[in-house]
Design a protein around this ligand. Sequence first.
Ligand code: DON
Length: 562
Amino acid sequence: MVVSMGRRRWPSPSGLGPGLLLLLALAVPAAHGAGAIASARPEATRAGHAILAAGGNAFDAAVAVAATLAVVEPFGSGLGGGGFFLLHRQQDGHQVMVDGRETAPAAAHPDLYVDADGEVVPGASVDGPLAAGIPGLPAALVHLSEGYGRLPLARVLEPAIQWAEEGFEVSAHYRAMATFRKDVLNDYAASAAIFLDAGEVPGEGALIRQPDLAATLRRLGAEGRGGFYDGEVAAALVDAVVDHGGIWSAADLAAYRVRERAPVVSRLGDIRVVSASPPSSGGVALATMVHMLEDLPLGDLSEADAVHYMVEAMRFAYRDRAVYLGDPDYTAVPVARLTSPAYAHRLVRQISPGQRAHIPTPDFPPQPAGTHTTHFSIMDDAGNRVAATLSINYPFGSGFVAAGTGVLLNDEMDDFVAKPGVPNVYGLVGGRANAVEPGKRPLSSMSPTFVEGPDRIGVLGTPGGSRIITMVLLGALDFARGNGPASWVARPRFHHQFLPDVVQFEPGAIAPDVQRELEARGHRLQALDSTYGNMQAVMRERRSGRFSAASDPRGEGLAEVR
Ligand code: DON
């Protein structure tokens, strides 16, 4: 099913048959090799459990899950993309975000996507290799394995290599995504040869085999980062990109490095919320919203009051996102100020109960939604945790596979601001803090998150572009209310991102009488005709060690406790 939302047509997963919707919420006490994994594909969840059973820890399992998703969910993430891994190492309490976000190539500049008249060139930052940043996922997998894992990288990559060699089955969701991106996939012979069948979207159950990707994964396992960023694979990537109008160089690949960054921590009453730091906007926006809401008795308010305050918090947080956030290596992001409770309390004083706050707002078209990009959550029996959100941005990224490598390149460059005030594919606007610059990481909304309460610990996250942060907020608030993963992933969602200036909500998320009350306070509402997000969550009770896990009923994922 394809729905039209704003300036792009966007596939919706809501047309999937109920038989394909997997939702599993189990509560099982821990045993050796035990753990909880929720991911967007059953093949990936099982690969992670196989690695735990083979003696790997949560970090090994994360590498296995990420690599398997790169193969079996090619429209969502992959070796040609990047993402953020939030880690908790139990033995010493070490918490860190491994930043494997793509970087702009050295030849990039702020006007890369505008023409001589200063107008944004349609599609330039979305389709084809000019839209691709230098991939970070391969380096992140090596970093995770070498720095935190127990098993050799080559062993951990085995399940992914097997899926690439033997093929995975096309699902309804694959078909929706490939239909959406069929034209751009057909623009590139190497892409069409892998993901289409004689130029058409393959039928459900057809096998997608990726022998070149299997070889690239093997090289990564055998040679580490050099197997991707130097040598034959790197040369093939650069040649293909340059031949098709891109601007990568061998030096760009050789220079790529992951960064370890301190997560952003905020407090929701007695709950510690640990989330992604810049170049993600997620943790900072989450901290602003959480701190704005923490003193409000949300549970005691009428539904209209509660939604009103949450929407107001969203508006202020996304206003700040547009103004202040970008790659911290390039722009001074006022993280301490934006995440301080004192700042949030000043914002709260601008909210009145009966009327929405006035924040001057130009109008932009509504943003598209989706369930590509990918998130998974893992906990092992030792207490190690991983929350990872990985992306190639748009469905099937840039649509461009570098011939001979099997690597489908991202179009994460669209997460930069092509021109101040001009919205990207998610309707997000921004300014100089997120302008294109050589070597810079585009601002992200991906928000892998831990919620740490006195009795329970949760791990959650989701794809969904600009809506990721508000989905994680609603999940964290649901955790605070005492609910478990099955509730966080399933609850109906609403969203405001400052611009466009509307409250967007899933079918059934806001009751008609509450809608009327919100409109009376000055809010503009937009009822979406489809659902959004694909949250994957796990939880552990501190005292009993019991795990539970759930996969969003909107997607095709699997949550499994073993
Ligand atoms: O990093 C970001 O914020 C985006 N590239 C994520 C894209 C995404 O979640 C698409 N999912 N629907």
